[in-house]
Design a protein around this ligand. Structure first.
Ligand code: C6P
Length: 407
């Protein structure tokens, strides 16, 4: 851990931890806690500046519109997009991916085309492609994982061909923590003219992202996993793709002109944001980005690498624990799935909960991956900037207790 990065000081920015001083929160991959700065930004908006956006010509509404649109610019800078017009606000990663599936893929794919998805996808980046494949007659092709839980580049070479129109891939697996080599993957996909959609739900909160460098066509993430509120997500899309996409939801704010029999659409990105959006949530996202930028994404990544190394070493020293995914911390984020010989994962969570240690167990909304690992469920600890050495020590002590109780 670097001297300048002190998670104990960071924790003080989170009222949640002041209210629950004994809690070890190891479920940030499901959703993160929120710093005071974020909740203040939301409360301030509701109590001082609240009005609807894009509609009123009174001062308050214009200010609310300016605040909302300012966050679009912050997101653009945060992921290094070319233009704020490439940023669409949605309700979360799930909606962002469904938007691409229905507005882009459904329009562009036809019978005989192919969509590649990996075996490590969250359902949010699998089910929409199953549905689009059915709707268009396209074929779903699966890029399987190796036994160490990584993707083998040779397998992709075998799958890609002139029929491949789309490759849907997670940047970081929410079960294995594996970080996929997106730069190489987009180059390969683009060589056959396939588009790449990235599920970045588990990467944007934890590492610096540069969409121009990665050259992905679409990238989706959720605010609630990156210190922001629930109910807000982002879809990044290259501007030229947005120009070709029809809206998915219809109604207020996304139109240019409406007669009783027909309508024309607003420009992108607004034509993809029908109805009153989650204005306060977007403003909360702006504060979350300010907070993360102030800490520094590289510092967060370094701290999580430190924690995952410590966790792999500590849990790995217990002979009854199986850790899933590669041990090389360069290849993984701060997500650690594991099991204990002879103990059901739900029992692990329950015993840990008695000691105020919160982890997630189950299939983590990635049922095909869990099955591929040969288990019905795993236990998962996930780390973020506020986790400390003591959190890992409490986890290890808790797991030793679990094993004693059940054997
Ligand atoms: N994973 C987890 O505990 P939403 O629900 O739309 O904000 O995010 C969905 C999603 C998509 N992709 C990945 C890789 C994810 O990890 C998630 C959410 C949570 O792992 C809840 S299942």
């Amino acid at each position: 851990m670097s001297v300048s990065f002190d998670p104990k000081t960071i924790k003080k920015d989170f009222p949640f931890f002041t209210n629950r001083p004994n809690l070890v929160y190891l479920d940030s991959a499901a959703s993160s806690q929120k710093p005071q700065m974020v909740t203040d930004a939301i409360t301030d908006f509701y109590t001082k500046d609240y009005a609807n956006i894009h509609r009123g010509i009174y001062d308050l509404s214009e200010k609310a519109t300016a605040q909302y649109e300012e966050v679009r610019g912050k997101v653009k800078d945060f992921i290094k997009a070319r233009s704020p017009k490439e940023i669409i606000f949605t309700s979360g990663t799930t909606e962002s991916i469904n938007l691409v599936a229905q507005s882009y893929a459904r329009k562009h794919l036809k019978n005989g085309d192919e969509i590649i998805v990996t075996a490590m996808e969250h359902h949010a980046n699998l089910v929409p492609w199953q549905v689009v494949a059915k709707q268009t007659g396209a074929k779903l092709r699966i890029w399987d994982i190796t036994d160490d839980g990584t993707l083998d580049s040779k397998e992709l070479n075998k799958l890609l061909n002139r029929q491949t129109k789309l490759l849907a891939i997670t940047h970081v697996s929410n079960v294995l923590g594996v970080i996929n080599d997106l730069k190489w993957i987009t180059q390969k996909a683009h060589a056959v003219n396939a588009k790449v959609i990235v599920d970045a739900a588990q990467s944007v909160p934890h590492m610096g992202i540069d969409v121009e460098y990665l050259d992905c066509d679409f990238l989706a993430f959720s605010t609630h996993k990156m210190l922001g509120p629930t109910g807000v997500g982002v879809l990044y899309a290259k501007e030229r793709h947005l120009e070709e996409m029809d809206p998915w939801l219809y109604g207020g704010d996304m139109i240019r002109e409406v007669t009783l029999t027909k309508s024309t659409w607003n420009d992108a990105p607004w034509r993809f944001e029908a109805g009153t959006p989650n204005i306060a949530g977007v403003i909360g996202l702006g504060a979350a980005i300010d907070y993360l930028k102030n800490i520094g994404m590289n510092n967060i990544r370094t701290h999580e690498q430190y924690l995952i190394q410590k966790a792999i070493e500590s849990l790995g020293s217990l002979p009854y624990i199986t850790i899933y995914g590669p041990k090389d911390i360069q290849k993984r984020s701060g997500v650690l799935s594991f099991s204990i010989d002879g103990v059901h994962p739900h029992d692990i969570a329950q015993i840990l909960d008695e000691d105020e240690i919160a982890i997630r167990v189950g299939h983590h909304c990635a049922m095909p991956l869990t099955k591929r690992l040969g288990v019905a469920a795993t236990a998962r600890a996930s780390f973020y900037l506020y986790n400390t050495d003591e959190d890992i020590e409490r986890l290890v002590n808790g797991l030793e207790k679990v094993y004693k109780v059940f054997t």
